[in-house]
Design a protein around this ligand. Structure first.
Ligand code: FE2
Length: 354
């Protein structure tokens, strides 16, 4: 039996960032402690910091998402900072404002405020014991689907793996398409492709059900429309939400499994790591790889080359190990016999083409 949790409240439309406090009030009507805003540092330059209206007890924490993806140690230290500053009193809400990384930080911090130990102890499936603090997402990048999904991708000391839990799901999402219009073109592309690849993997996997498929079809069409025809930011922000909702009713696949190693060992961001891998997966995802290349050409995107030229045999072993950790996803993509299809030798041969 699989029970799907959806985001209970959504505020959608242009200029609604101005209504953030009212949205928080609607979700947390009786709680009057303090709010924690976790916001991507990039918004020092986009004007969003000035538009935030924190109360005098609220905390605003910057997360520099452009310099790194979130680590379990970042989550632990933000949690410790909040607990110390507020004498262990919990906030009534954690709000994540930014792209996938910042939203993931907000999710993970809300979980780690009510669960003991380090975030690294919860990387995996359904390991979280206690309900998290109420949390709200304000996506300012479209594509990761973090605003709608039940995963919180974190890099730990030994692995890159999500906290996959019903407690990772946001209690509300504020989608203001205006916020997407300041995103640099390359970042817009790579994040948009993360969504496209989620949909392709979901639709080609056996784990999908009719609900996941409906979300994926709609999301994929909107991404293709955006990057091949007409830049419609309203459709793009909805497509990210639908892509994330699709993943809750399907799985990712070969590209995400292989991209974790590229991100973990070679420090590529998730979106670009996916693109580097997906470009080499025509054997598995055929015409969708062709469409992906058309979108790349259309936007003048040049992927890095010789990415794995200096990777050692030992590092390849780690990358293979990381890929195989996404067992459920690889079973969905290739069947229970996946290790005999995507063998270590096969994985290395794909990596060597990048
Ligand atoms: Fe992804």
């Amino acid at each position: 039996m699989k029970i799907t949790r959806f985001i209970p409240k959504v505020l959608f439309g242009r200029k609604h960032f101005n209504d953030l406090n009212r949205f928080i009030g609607d979700i947390c009507p009786s709680k009057k402690r303090y709010a924690v805003y976790i916001i991507d540092s990039i918004h020092q330059t986009t004007g969003l910091f000035e538009r935030l209206q924190p109360g005098k007890n609220d905390m605003v924490i910057e997360f520099n998402a452009s310099s790194k993806e979130p680590k379990t140690s970042d989550i632990d230290s933000i949690r410790d900072q909040i607990v110390k500053q507020k004498a262990a009193q919990l906030p009534h809400v954690v709000v994540g404002i930014g792209g996938g990384s910042t939203m993931d930080v907000a999710k993970a911090v809300s979980i780690m405020l009510t669960n003991k130990g380090s975030a690294e102890n919860y990387q995996g499936w359904d390991l979280v014991k206690n309900k998290a603090v109420t949390k709200i997402a304000v996506p300012t990048l479209a594509g990761t689907g973090a605003e709608a999904s039940r995963t919180t991708v974190l890099t730990g000391p030994v692995k890159k793996l999500g906290i996959n839990s019903d407690f990772s799901i946001f209690d509300g999402v504020l989608m203001d398409p205006d916020l997407l219009e300041t995103v640099p073109a390359e970042q817009e592309f790579y994040t948009g492709m993360d969504n496209f690849i989620h949909c392709v993997e979901a639709m080609n996997g056996s784990a999908i059900n009719a609900m996941g498929k409906s979300f994926a079809i709609q999301a994929k069409a909107a991404v293709e429309n955006f990057f091949l025809k007409e830049k419609n930011y309203e459709e793009l922000i909805v497509s990210s939400f639908f892509g994330g909702s699709s993943i809750a009713n399907s799985s990712v696949g070969i590209c995400h499994a292989l991209s974790y190693g590229i991100a973990f060992l070679l420090n590529y961001r998730h979106g670009i790591a996916n693109c580097i891998v997906f470009n080499q997966l025509e054997e598995y995802y055929g015409s969708d790889v062709v469409t992906f290349r058309k979108m790349m050409d259309n936007h003048g995107i040049k992927l890095p080359v010789n990415v794995t030229a200096d990777v050692t045999a030992e590092q390849f072993d780690t990358m293979i190990e990381l890929a195989y950790k996404l067992e459920k996803d690889l079973i969905s993509a290739l069947g229970p016999d996946f290790k005999n299809i995507l063998t270590p030798e096969k994985i290395i041969s794909i990596y060597k083409k990048m």
